[in-house]
Write a protein of this length. Structure first.
Length: 415
């Protein structure tokens, strides 16, 4: 497991200033990716109470929300009451020279605070205004709030997830539309920054959980467009290729990806049944898909005859893609996850050593890095205000009014 050592690598986005007004997951995912790649992300938390993820407990680590800690590393944190004039004045100052603003409020909220796109664009025409919502900022559902569960249901994902035909609708275990919307937003921000390099103008980037769910239906949509029939759930099976699924073995489960003809023939050799290649039902992929239940019935008893370790060794030797089915804790300990620095540690001012998920993008010349743990509420307020021309006396006065919050400087020691 890698540990943050306070190194100051210059990631590819070093010099980029991002104001993160978002909360919970989709927006914070976008901001975290930008921060991991070197951007200076200033997370603006609301008063009172801070960001909603701070209250998503249990579990906690030394009274800090584990959910908040994992989504907000590498960000400097400030706390403002945007219902007060002084809090709005601080945010306006921050936005004057910012490169990116990220928000995921319901439509109209930013406008009511005086920070809608038109107002912010007038303040800083170069700013990229990234808006993430449940359904997008246009269309008949634009005013609806959005949650991952609702987006999974409406995007079709819950109709294709589950054990098989006739099973109840089932959501993906991960909040896949939240996370994907954050990734799409990050892609959109980077594209808008590229456009700004030649035009000099910022723009709005608008994506949603609904659209994030829809793009996960590429294969199923292809089938529906071609046949007029909406495909249903298939357990771990693939809608277009077979065998490509999980199989039970003597001591658990493994996944097998023998999706093309060459791998199918290699699989039969590894299973010790090369004669199955001559079975007309399974001669090609189209036949295997037409006869998928029979194919599964033929292969399952063979896989049950050996352990996971035995099968994975045999399949690797044969050149057939396969892998174990790990739980999350086992994944954390997997040597490949560790080698790729996907499990890392940061040092938090109050929670101590905190494990986190690493940056999934590697750069040969400008590597991303984990430079700091998630902030305690208001940890960097005074620091950020100083950076933007506010005196300590002004900060103290705003804190006394309740417009800002500054954490205890003894507890909030940034790594």
């Amino acid at each position: 497991m890698s540990t943050v050592t306070g190194q100051k690598e210059k990631g590819p986005l070093t010099g980029l200033k991002v104001i993160d007004l978002s909360h919970v997951m989709a927006g914070p995912t976008c901001a975290m990716l930008l921060a991991d790649m070197g951007a200076d992300v200033i997370k603006v938390e609301k008063l009172p109470g801070g960001e909603d993820a701070r209250h998503m407990v249990p579990p906690t680590i030394s009274s800090e929300s584990a959910a908040f800690l994992i989504m907000n590393r590498n960000k400097r944190g400030i706390a403002l009451d945007l219902k007060m004039e002084a809090g709005c004045r601080v945010l306006s100052r921050l936005l004057q020279d910012a490169d990116v603003l990220i928000e995921n409020y319901r439509r109209g909220t930013m406008e009511r605070m005086g920070f809608g796109y038109d107002a912010v664009h007038a303040l800083n025409p170069r700013l990229i205004y990234c808006s993430i919502s449940g359904f997008g900022r246009t269309g008949p559902y634009a005013d609806r709030g959005g949650f991952d569960l609702v987006a999974q249901g409406m995007s079709g994902l819950m109709s294709i997830t589950g054990d098989g035909p006739g099973c109840p609708p089932m959501k993906c275990g991960a909040p896949v539309t939240d996370i994907t919307a954050g990734i799409l937003a990050c892609v959109g921000v980077l594209a808008a920054l590229h456009s700004r390099a030649s035009s000099g103008q910022g723009q709005m980037v608008d994506t949603s959980l609904f659209e994030a769910g829809i793009i996960h239906t590429y294969w199923q949509s292809a089938i529906c467009f071609a046949t007029g029939q909406a495909p249903g759930p298939m357990g771990t099976s693939h809608p277009l290729n077979a065998p490509y699924q999980a199989f039970p073995v003597a001591d658990g489960w493994i996944t097998v990806g023998a999706a093309n003809q060459a791998n199918w023939l290699r699989l039969l050799e590894a299973l010790g049944v090369p004669e199955m290649a001559h079975d007309p039902r399974f001669a090609d992929n189209a036949g295997r898909m037409r006869n998928l239940p029979a194919l599964q019935a033929a292969l399952t008893p063979l896989f049950k005859g050996r352990s996971s370790a035995e099968w994975l060794y045999r399949l690797e030797e044969a050149g057939v893609p396969a892998g174990p089915v790990l739980d999350v804790g086992q994944m954390h300990a997997d040597p490949q996850a560790l080698a790729r620095e996907m499990i890392v540690e940061t040092t938090h001012p109050t929670a101590g050593q905190v494990a986190a998920i690493g940056l999934p993008i590697k750069f040969s010349e400008t590597p991303g890095s984990l430079r700091r743990a998630a902030p305690v509420l208001g940890q960097h307020t005074r620091e950020v205000l100083r950076d933007h021309g506010f005196s300590d006396a002004e900060a103290d006065q705003m804190a006394a009014q309740g417009a800002i919050k500054m954490s205890d400087p003894i507890k909030a020691i940034a790594p």
